[in-house]
Design a protein around this ligand. Structure first.
Ligand SMILES: NC(=O)c1ccc[n+]([C@@H]2O[C@H](COP(=O)([O-])OP(=O)(O)OC[C@H]3O[C@@H](n4cnc5c(N)ncnc54)[C@H](O)[C@@H]3O)[C@@H](O)[C@H]2O)c1
Length: 370
């Protein structure tokens, strides 16, 4: 089991990473004075898979499970309002605890409800997708979508604990696993060359095939334990230095500038988040190479690793012009300039906002844009 601390003064908390530990959460928090009344917010799919195991370890607590239908389209104010109603009806109070059990959708929605119900009640994140384990559950970004845009309404609200059972990864569909892997690769590029090397050496474990037999599952879970813990460590370190994204935390947006534009243009369907970010990371690396900031060999290593992991490295069905236009309405535009996170080498990135549109355009054309 690994324990990683997110250092945020009086809002510091631990991230626990282990295998098969879901039924030990009750024991883990019993001395922490968080409150004895627990509300588990989850979706029906995750509840069927993991609800009983989590609940079986909550001895000494009262608990109630509130289900939200599966899917991004339920991450909205209407659903938050329905959850508030259920909390009020069940007399949830300041000393109640919300456990968010699920992927990033549940984590963001339940986190937002915890942040706002009675001006904030205790929150424990129990992420069950790779994306949520290495990214969404850590760092305190919570929120819901608005009909005019994703994550437009939200709050920074740190959990009291992030509790990660990597065995949950074994039931994830391949595409969900891959979307999280894009963020994992991102951590290597932005912060840790040795971690990137570890991913290159272990890429054969990083697919759902490894979960199919008990032997390969055991070996794979050992690798996943390292990957999830290392990723969490990097995110925790960045968040601790810049909680509300005024500076350093922006490096976490590597690949996200073009990635978000592609996701929005394809209406979050043709490419999921990780796939779009993978394309964005390739584009940013190639742009950096054009600007003579990074060598060709490093760019190839990024491209090859993403490709080995089954992530896209080219764009299909979009024009460079549309992507560049979409960049202008992204949240990463500051004072009329598009922010780009560009790698200088594997393990180090810088933030730039002086990019020539011509360079972006020609890299996108090279990557398959019409
Ligand atoms: N707060 C942040 O910092 C942050 C960062 C990145 C993304 N996000 C948000 O996260 C969301 C995406 O999260 P996601 O990729 O986890 O998707 P998701 O939450 O939609 O989960 C994907 C699907 O996987 C299912 N699922 C969850 N765990 C499972 C398991 N162990 N086995 C089988 N199926 C399982 C869910 O029921 C769901 O249908 C987006 O809303 C995004 O905005 C937030």
């Amino acid at each position: 089991m690994a324990k990683i601390k997110v250092e945020l003064k009086d809002r510091s908390y631990d991230i626990i990473v282990g295998s098969g530990i879901l039924d030990e959460l009750g024991e883990n928090i019993k001395d922490e004075q968080l409150g004895k009344k627990i509300f588990i917010i989850t979706d029906p799919l995750v509840n069927d898979l993991y609800g009983d195991k989590l609940r079986s370890g909550l001895k000494g607590f009262t608990h109630q499970t509130l289900e939200v239908p599966c899917g991004e389209r339920y991450k909205n104010l209407k659903m938050a309002s329905s959850l508030y109603d259920q909390l009020v009806k069940s007399a949830a109070h300041r000393d109640s605890v919300i456990i968010a059990l699920g992927g990033g959708v549940i984590g963001d929605l339940a986190g937002f409800v915890a942040a706002t119900y009675m001006r904030g009640i205790n929150l424990i994140q129990v992420p069950t997708t790779l994306l949520a384990q290495v990214d969404a559950a850590i760092g305190g970004k919570t929120g819901v979508n608005h009909s005019r845009g994703k994550n437009l309404i939200g709050a920074f609200y740190q959990p009291k604990k992030v509790y990660i059972d990597i065995q949950a990864l074994s039931t994830l569909p391949a595409r969900e696993l891959r979307t999280g892997l894009a963020e994992v690769v991102k951590y290597g590029v932005i912060e840790d060359a040795d971690f990137f090397k570890f991913l290159e050496a272990n890429s054969h474990h990083l697919n759902t095939k490894a979960f199919e037999s008990p032997d390969t599952l055991r070996a794979a879970l050992k690798v996943w334990q390292i990957i999830v813990a290392e990723s969490a460590k990097i995110k925790a370190k960045v968040v601790a230095k810049d909680e509300t994204e005024t500076g350093l935390r922006m490096i976490l947006n590597y690949g996200h500038t073009i990635g978000h534009a592609i996701e929005a243009l394809t209406r979050y369907k043709a490419y999921n988040h990780g796939e779009a970010v993978a394309i964005g990371m390739v584009a940013a690396a190639r742009i950096a190479n054009r600007m003579k900031m990074i060598n060709q060999e490093a760019v190839l290593r990024i491209v090859n690793l993403l490709e080995k992991l089954g992530l896209p490295i080219e764009v299909k069905g979009l024009s460079a012009k549309k992507i560049i236009n979409a960049l202008q309405i992204d949240k990463k535009v500051r004072e009329g300039k598009v922010q780009f996170v560009l790698p200088e080498k594997i393990g180090k990135v810088v933030i730039r906002n002086n990019l020539a549109l011509k360079t972006i355009n020609s890299v996108l054309a090279e990557m398959g844009c019409q």
